[in-house]
Write a protein that binds this ligand. Structure first.
Ligand SMILES: Nc1ncnc2c1ncn2[C@@H]1O[C@H](COP(=O)(O)OP(=O)(O)O)[C@@H](O)[C@H]1O
Ligand SMILES: N[C@@H](CCOP(=O)(O)O)C(=O)O
Length: 324
C-alpha cells in the first residue's frame, strides 16, 4: 500500500485551483509502489497521476527528476510528462509534502515478461539512453559502489539468518567488485533509469508503451542500466532454484543493441556490472528487510531473490554467459 499521506477534499480543491485542469472527476489512492504516495486523478481535462514525495526522496533531487521527465517528454519518449501550474512551476506542495502532477501513461506492467517483451524493453531502454544523451543535468548515483560498505555494515547476522554462510559470500562479492574497479573502467556514461524493473515498464500487448518511476535515475555507465535490467527481467523462479533464462537475456541485449550497439569494453564489463547490480538490490532489500517493522504498510521485497542472482553471476566470466 503506497498512500502514506492522505489528501483531504478541501486540500485537493485548493491545490487544483492553481492549475488549468478543470474540476476533479475522480481521485483514488494507488496501492502499488513503495516509495511515495500516488493518486489517480481524473479531471475535466484528462487523466493524471498525483505524487506526494515521501521522506526517502531527497527534495533537492526533485528538480532533476522533473527536468529529466520534461526532457524525455519533449523528445516524444513515452513517460509521464510533468504538468505545470499556471505560474509555470510543476513542483508544488500539498499536505505539507512536495507534490507533482504528471500525465497518465497507458499500458500494463508484465508480471512474467515474455521474450518479446524483453526484446522490446531492451530497445525501449536504449531509446531512452539516446533521448537523454543531451540532457544537461547530472545526479551522482547515491546507491553506487561507494555506498555499499555503509549499507552492508552491521548486517552480516541478518544475512546469515536468511541463508547460512550468506554473509561470507556477500563479503566476497564486495571484495571482488572493489578489486575489479568498475568505476575506473572507461565505459560510456549518461543518464540511466537505474530501476527499470517490470513494475516500472508499461506494455500494450507485447509492445513497450513507456517507463515510469524515475526516482533512482542518475548519471552512470549506460551498460549498468542494461545489467540492472538483465537481473530484473531475465531470471525466473524455477521452484527450488532461480534460473537465468538465456532466451530472455539474449533478447533484452539484442533489443538494446538494435538501437545502441555495445562497445567492446561494455561487453567485457557486463559480468561485473551484473554482479554489482545484483549486490546493490540485495543490499537495499536487506536494509529494508531488517528495518521494516512487522505490520508496516509496505511489505519489504525478499533479499534472497538477489542472493540467488549473485550466485549465478559469480560463475559468469564473459558477456556470452548472458547470451550477448
Ligand atoms: N504516469 C503514470 N501513469 C499510469 N500509472 C502510473 C503512473 N505513475 C504511477 N502509476 C501507477 O502507480 C504505481 C506506483 O508508482 P511508482 O512510481 O512505481 O511508485 P513508487 O515510486 O512509490 O514505487 C505504478 O505501479 C502504476 O500503477
Ligand atoms: N525495484 C526495487 C525496489 C524499488 O521499488 P519501486 O516500486 O520504486 O520500483 C527492488 O525490486 O528492490
Amino acid at each position: 500500500m503506497a498512500v502514506y499521506t492522505q489528501v483531504s477534499d478541501e486540500a485537493l480543491a485548493a491545490f487544483l485551483t492553481e492549475y488549468d485542469l478543470g474540476a476533479p472527476l475522480s481521485f483514488k489512492g494507488i496501492a502499488e509502489g513503495v516509495e511515495n504516495s500516488n493518486y489517480y486523478l481524473e479531471t475535466e481535462k484528462g487523466r493524471y497521476i498525483l505524487t506526494l514525495f515521501e521522506k526517502r526522496v531527497n527534495a533537492d533531487d526533485l528538480p532533476y527528476f522533473v527536468g529529466l521527465k520534461q526532457h524525455l517528454a519533449a523528445k516524444g519518449y513515452p513517460c509521464p510528462s510533468p504538468i505545470a501550474a499556471r505560474d509555470g512551476k510543476a513542483l508544488r506542495t500539498l499536505e505539507g509534502r512536495p507534490a507533482l502532477v504528471v500525465t497518465f501513461l497507458e499500458g500494463l506492467s508484465p508480471r512474467k515478461p515474455n521474450v518479446t517483451q524483453c526484446r522490446q524493453l531492451g530497445a525501449g531502454m536504449a531509446r531512452m539512453h539516446m533521448a537523454l544523451a543531451d540532457f544537461g543535468m547530472e545526479r551522482a548515483n547515491s546507491l553506487g559502489p561507494a555506498s555499499w560498505p555503509r549499507l552492508w555494515a552491521g548486517r552480516e547476522a541478518d544475512a546469515d539468518a536468511l541463508q547460512p554462510s550468506l554473509a561470507d559470500a556477500i563479503a566476497g562479492d564486495l571484495a571482488a567488485i572493489a578489486a575489479a574497479k568498475p568505476h575506473a573502467l572507461d565505459l560510456p556514461r549518461g543518464t540511466i533509469h537505474a530501476d527499470l524493473f517490470p513494475d516500472n515498464a508499461f506494455f500494450l500487448g507485447d509492445t513497450f508503451s513507456g517507463a515510469i518511476d524515475f526516482y533512482f535515475a542518475c548519471t552512470d555507465a549506460l551498460a549498468y542500466d542494461l545489467a540492472i535490467c538483465l537481473n530484473a527481467w531475465a531470471f525466473e523462479d524455477g521452484g527450488a532454484s532461480l534460473d537465468y533464462n538465456f532466451s530472455k537475456g539474449a533478447a533484452l541485449i539484442a533489443g538494446y543493441e538494435s538501437v545502441r550497439p555495445l562497445e567492446a569494453a561494455e561487453r567485457a564489463a557486463l559480468p561485473v556490472l551484473c554482479r554489482g547490480a545484483a549486490l546493490r538490490f540485495f543490499l537495499t532489500r536487506l536494509v529494508d528487510w531488517s528495518s521494516t517493522p512487522e505490520g508496516a504498510l509496505v511489505k519489504p521485497k525478499n533479499p534472497l531473490e538477489y542472493a540467488g542472482r549473485l550466485a549465478f553471476h559469480r560463475k559468469v566470466e564473459t558477456a556470452e554467459g548472458y547470451g550477448a
